[in-house]
Design a protein around this ligand. Structure first.
Ligand SMILES: Nc1ncnc2c1ncn2[C@@H]1O[C@H](COP(=O)(O)OP(=O)(O)OP(=O)(O)O)[C@@H](O)[C@H]1O
Ligand SMILES: [Mg+2]
Length: 255
């Protein structure tokens, strides 16, 4: 039997006395869109931080295609094929959309893989080839007409698409998206869902934190339900959404 695509096993993360993840275990299957749901503070972002090397769990292990990631730095994990977005976007507001993608492209010279992510001025050394690649990625997410716009002049929906463009620029095959749909208008939401499905057909695997049940129903193949840092349930969107015990936890009895 081959190793699971992404596997988290027995993750424990505590902040002082607060246990943010408790014996948290799950698998993400290759080629699927998995939605990670759960109430505010359930530990969803903490899972992303644990997978991508932004924090080190006190216990437990994460492996990707059979390779143990424990102790690896964020940049090395991107290099291994996993890229994540942030709830608060973390774009360079005073750079153009194009430059934001350029700085996320792996360094062709190879002196420091992905170091450019942390060095915006590096973009000015961009070669023609890199510009073509970056423009292609912007085209792919529907932002090519905005390539020369400064990020601060983009709408919130456009900024969210740009964060996905930056993930694509890394070349990673597994994308972790932290609430990509939150705050989007109806039109932007439809564009986002179409993009996520397109990425899936192109071979990407997606793990998506999502609060909007309509979005979960539309895009998820699998749903992971997190409660108080523990993976409580896994199922199809229908199974999870129709479970009265989970609805009680999620909505506090509101439905
Ligand atoms: N760096 C930190 N220091 C202290 N407490 C933290 C830290 N990061 C997260 N927490 C706490 O851990 C718990 C889980 O937080 P996390 O951000 O993972 O939740 P979440 O499921 O992503 O919530 P939301 O839906 O609001 O984004 C929360 O109680 C949060 O306050
Ligand atoms: Mg969060």
């Amino acid at each position: 039997m081959s190793a699971p695509y992404l596997q988290a096993a027995g993750l424990e993360v505590a902040f002082g006395g607060l246990r943010a993840l408790r014996d948290c275990s799950f698998v993400v299957d290759q080629g699927r869109i998995t939605c990670l749901v759960g109430p505010n503070g359930a530990g969803k972002t903490t899972i992303f931080n644990a997978i991508t090397g932004f924090l080190k769990p006190q216990q437990g292990s994460v492996s990707f295609k059979g390779r143990i990631l424990d102790g690896m730095k964020p940049q090395a994990i991107v290099h291994a094929g996993i890229a994540r977005s942030f709830q608060n976007l973390r774009l360079f507001q005073d750079l153009t959309a194009l430059d934001n993608v350029l700085v996320a492209l792996p360094d062709m010279a190879g002196e420091e893989p992905l170091g450019a992510l942390f060095r915006p001025l590096h973009a000015h050394r961009a070669t023609g080839r890199r510009r073509v690649d970056a423009l292609e990625i912007l085209e792919h997410v529907g932002l090519v007409e905005k390539s020369r716009e400064f990020v601060r002049n983009l709408s919130y929906g456009e900024q969210k698409l740009l964060t996905i463009a930056r993930l694509l620029a890394t070349g990673a095959e597994l994308l972790l998206l932290d609430e990509p749909a939150s705050g989007l208008s109806h039109g932007a939401l439809e564009a986002l869902m179409a993009l996520l499905r397109r990425l899936q057909t192109e071979g990407k695997t997606l793990l998506v934190v999502e609060h909007n049940t309509r979005v979960v129903q539309k895009i998820a193949d699998d749903v992971l339900f997190l409660h108080q840092g523990h993976l409580m349930a896994r199922g199809t969107p229908e199974q999870i959404i129709s479970d009265p015990a989970l609805a009680e936890i999620y909505f506090g009895g509101a439905i």
